[in-house]
Write a protein of this length. Structure first.
Length: 177
């Protein structure tokens, strides 16, 4: 395949090695971005909940402000409702759990990237044989499949989309081609 060929407007890598390198780069960038987004979101929600709870305690504990007593109670009530909304958001969207999952996937992708880099270094610019590349691809697929399964379980799924038996069958069929 020529390096200048395109598919859906994107350049097609010339070799399996280039494909894996590009795929890993794209996935690392994606999971790093998602990890950071979920981390910021989880931290913001947690800090907001703590700050609102502390504010409620202070507002309800203030003494000597009889003319503002009803206002303070109403503000505390509003802040309590805001905490309920924040907790409902956390319970539905799971930003902390997604942050942990994204970190796990990002770390595993970095390991695969390091393995590919190590093999590339060892080959000193020579092409990596297909068996080694296929092993890396299978490892990459496994990491992505586990990530999908974790996400499905988080969303209430009961089983994985992809079963290991399908891998065995697919590899057997591929070897026959």
């Amino acid at each position: 395949m020529k390096p200048e060929e395109k598919f859906n407007g994107k350049n097609i890598p010339a070799t399996k090695q280039e494909f894996l390198r590009k795929e890993l780069e794209d996935l690392l960038n994606h999971y790093k971005k998602e990890r950071n987004r979920h981390k910021k979101e989880a931290m913001f929600l947690k800090i907001s909940t703590v700050a609102l709870s502390a504010s409620i305690t202070i507002l309800l504990g203030l003494k000597g402000l009889d003319q503002l007593d009803n206002w303070l109670k109403n503000i505390a009530l509003f802040l309590g409702a805001a905490i309920t909304v924040i907790n409902a958001y956390e319970a539905f969207f799971y930003p902390r759990t997604l942050w942990i999952q994204d970190t796990k996937v990002f770390t595993r992708l970095k390991d695969i990237n390091r393995q590919l880099g190590y093999i590339e270094f060892d080959k000193k610019g020579d092409a990596i044989n297909n068996d080694e590349l296929d092993k890396i691809k299978i490892r990459l697929d496994k990491v992505l499949q586990e990530s999908l399964n974790d996400w499905l379980m988080l969303r209430g799924g009961t089983e994985s989309v992809h079963k290991p038996e399908e891998d065995k069958e697919a590899n057997k069929n591929r070897d026959q081609i």
